[in-house]
Design a protein around this ligand. Structure first.
Ligand code: SAH
Length: 228
């Protein structure tokens, strides 16, 4: 279930066509959640990539952004968004704001989004994009997201968009009962995406969503050596 998509500034016809083609590609790749596909169908990804890469904005690939980071591949965004299970009014925490694209997709589904980024430059750029697009339900913060956002907990869902060495315990504990944490766990080269559901005060269950590749989560409950 989703609320009305929030208003976005109109894109050129070319981008609109490419965006609907991307939605078709995602459908063919197995994304079946119609609300998620509709959200991807309204968020202008070209506004979240460097200007020189605008022509590639609707390729189903990750693309480079500042601070040697990446905007996630649309298939990854679609998989994580489907897995977390957003309803209108859901309170969702995202670790790794990056370009802001994933946060915008969550907001388009009606979520109240809390998003943390460790690089101030990226957070500020993302906030400016949210402002230009008229997105109001996104709260940004510059800090180490591997320990979550305790003052705003509990969350109905948490997305970690960087690869962790293990499931960050602080994040698992900031879920509401029934809430889901979507987190890639592995080494710095590749990870397995897990959906961790909080089933009780001290109980969680995990489901494997397959292999993915993310930039590393750097922080107290992430990787601590070698800043990137
Ligand atoms: N969700 C982003 C993907 C960005 S890539 C998008 O839609 O564009 C992952 C981001 O996580 C990077 O910007 C990186 O700087 C950030 N990151 C890594 N470790 C972090 C941490 N401990 N806290 C907050 N952000 C972190």
């Amino acid at each position: 279930m989703s609320s009305q998509p929030q208003p976005f500034t109109p894109s050129s016809t070319l981008f609109v066509q490419r965006r609907s083609h991307l939605v078709q590609v995602l459908r063919e790749r197995g994304i079946a959640d119609e609300a998620v596909l509709a959200a991807i169908g309204v968020v202008p990804r070209e506004a979240f990539v460097p200007d020189v890469l605008a022509a590639n904005a609707y390729d189903d690939t990750a693309l480079p952004i500042d601070e040697l980071q990446t905007i996630s591949q649309p298939f990854t965004v679609a998989t994580m968004t489907s897995a977390v299970g957003v309803r209108s009014g859901s309170k969702i925490l995202e670790i790794g704001t990056g370009s802001g694209y994933q946060a915008a997709v969550l907001a388009a589904l009606g979520a109240i989004v809390y998003t943390i980024e460790r690089h101030a430059l990226l957070s500020h750029q993302a906030r400016e994009r949210f402002r230009r697009l008229g997105l109001q339900n996104i709260h940004t913060r510059v800090s180490d997201g591997s320990i979550g956002w305790a003052a705003q907990a509990p969350f109905d869902g948490i997305l970690v968009t960087a690869g962790a060495p293990d499931v960050p315990e602080a994040l698992a504990r900031q879920l509401s009962i029934g809430g889901r944490l979507i987190v890639p766990v592995g080494d710095r080269v590749g990870q397995t995406l897990y959906s961790v559901t909080r089933t009780g005060d001290e109980t969680w269950s995990a489901q494997d969503l397959g292999p993915f590749k993310f930039v590393p989560l750097i922080g107290a409950e992430g990787w601590q050596d070698g800043v990137r």
